[in-house]
Design a protein around this ligand. Sequence first.
Ligand code: PAF
Length: 320
Amino acid sequence: MPPIPDVSGSVVEGDDNDYKLKFSIGTTQSGAQYRGLEYFEKIVEARSDGHIQVELFHSAQLGDDLQAVSALQSGTLEMTAPSTSPLVNMFPQFAVFDLPFLFPTPEIADEVLDGEIGDSMLDVASSNGLVAIGWAENGYRQLTNSQTAVDSPDDLSGLKVRTMQNPIHLDIWRTLGANPTPMSFAELFTALEQGVVDGQENPWITIQSSRFNEVQGYASETNHVYTPFITLVSERFWNKLPENYQQLLVDAAQQMGVYEREVSRTLNDQIKQELIDDGMQITELTPEQVATFQQSLSPVYDEWREQIGGDLIDAIRARS
Ligand code: PAF
């Protein structure tokens, strides 16, 4: 795991007040996201000379992704960093991140998130009581299940797959022949354990850190969707901060995003191997098998292209 970088930069002058900032996420303490939060905490506390005290919460202790966003809006929580997918009802532009196989490499994802498209989405998401200040990554999603090895859409027939609360994800799994159920992440382990659903999809790090391999014997390296995390601040809290501290949060979120993506990518292959060593049967798809999934999912693009914006989709595709 890449070590947390030294915290550098001069102390930022604020005002005479001290601030408490609770930062809550849905993933566990052993995931890449929490490691990123630890770095954020160090930067903010050091550079504010202790005037901003950061307290970290993981594993949806203060609510799942959607509940944490509502808490920001009502001012009972200061920061969170959800996947973009459950927020599409609020910010329809985010749906572009749910399209299957749109981001073939992490470098292309970075170009989009750290470029004009990502910036304009941060602007859009800075509304409804929220201030959006940066990107990190959940990463490439992989399918796990308790029933069978999957290397083609035919294997998915009737499989009960938990999805995030997002209409495109539902559409993806229906189109592939599975039986998708949207569900909060907080309920997922128990639902998998009790067989309420047969499978789920998340990056390797989340699969391991949430111990899904204990209740899922099979996985397929589908890389079907790349999911970013968006770093959000409560507007109520934001408005209380002097401008220098607002900028400090933006800078720290940016540094966290770079570091968290490095951690996530460094750990990805290592964790896949650890899952195999722990007995999970992981199917690596051939390029031809991936192409079959892609072809099967072309109706999802037909369905959503107009709503999401053909120009945006084409601009991202042009980078491949
Ligand atoms: O599967 C989900 O709901 C999300 O990927 C997670 C793990 C909560 C991170 O936002």
